[in-house]
Design a protein around this ligand. Sequence first.
Ligand code: ATP
Ligand code: MN
Length: 477
Amino acid sequence: MQSKTVSELLNQDILFQEVEVKGWVRTFRANRFIALNDGSTINNIQCVVDFENFDEALLKRITTGAAIQIKGDLVESQGKGQNIEIQVKELEVLGDSDPETYPIQPKKHSFEFLRENAHLRTRTNTFSAVMRLRSSLSFAIHKYFNENGFYYMHAPIITGSDAEGAGEMFQVTNLNVANTPKTEDGKVDYSQDFFGKETNLTVSGQLEAETYAMSLGKVYTFGPTFRAENSNTSRHLAEFWMIEPEVAFMDLAGNMDLAEDFMKSVINYVLEHNKEDLDFLDKRLADEDKKKPQAERSPMSLIEKLNFVTENNFKRVSYTEAIDILRNSKPNKKKKFKYIIDEWGADLQSEHERFLVEKHFKCPVILFDYPANIKAFYMRLNDDGKTVRAMDILFPGIGEIVGGAQREERLDILKEKMAAIDIPEEDLWWYLDLRKFGTAVHSGFGLGFERLVMFATGMSNIRDVIPFPRTPQNAEF
Ligand code: ATP
Ligand code: MN
């Protein structure tokens, strides 16, 4: 007989048939009720054992965490809490689990504890729901781009250009780090390194994606990126996944339209396809919220927040307007912000971004036209000579979720900007070539995938939305 998944069984309408199912025991109650889960759904299937028909020794092995196989009849449930259940006829233990030492007991565990047991944490409801959503979101992303005429491009992970990430990169080398070859002036001789030059793990696939946009038209990358920033925050990982669309002949307004439509579309996808997991996470968050003091409680439930993003227009606000709002805001005047906003030109911190979204506009916000000197060199300079065509999308609870820009397509201005921050033209000769041969307006953005997963699941620590988080001092598993 062919095994069925728990999800398939729970969605059956033909009852009274013999079925086979495999999974892990969540609980075994009263020597009679097995709650079985196989990861296919948040829900367990109840398997009812008539203990008189089975060996006591066998029943002793039905412990939380054990892998078992069951054959039996799918019937309407006698009890409350589920519609259908399996009347067990055959029971086999595929893999025992020692109840004394199995870390995932049927009780509430702290997320810290589960991080230390990241190899088993997807056996809990919360983490299985989060990771199913992560999978679903990544499918929705590919689906959106595929349906909108984009090509999926794989940007290199090892990069020879360190123009972007000064100081935040992980070096890649196969030199003996205890005894590196030296040049005459005592520096490391990278000509003897694997690639004959200094190389790093990529911080972004954008520059390479631009080359593909300027030939294939509409492209996106979706791959791992790395940042050696030593900021131990709940929103930063050393290894994270980024989605970077890049489109030829598209200006900043088009970029905003694309980003908004894209974000709404992927969130709609999970609202439609991951209802059970979202309902579970929604309830989990509501329960968490109840424990907080009134003032810290979220005004919206998780699902309300997701609907809020899909149903509202993102408010488009220039950086200059935002600074005015922040300067005159209550928390600024009362010095409640950690970083007080005095002057035009200040970089916005997460507290400011969240104020704009959560308190002032009460909707997702796209900030654009930032001061040139707080943004990357490749962003297109405006005619005012001091702002660039950058845009950041700010979400409730998260702050910046997307960062993008119209790119500088004018060779002379790009060269000037590179010179001003000492990027040698030889390092990015191929990037400059795009401006020499058929240059055109083009734009794109980067979405940190884990920030999106955080938003969609209501998880508050980025370490809990990626299978095996890489953070300072931590690369277990
Ligand atoms: P932040 O100010 O939050 O550090 P950033 O300005 O460094 O972000 P970008 O360089 O614009 O971010 O990167 C694009 C997107 O990648 C960001 O909008 C964010 O969603 C995500 N991101 C950036 N750094 C990290 C990180 N260390 N871990 C996870 N996601 C990140
Ligand atoms: Mn950063």
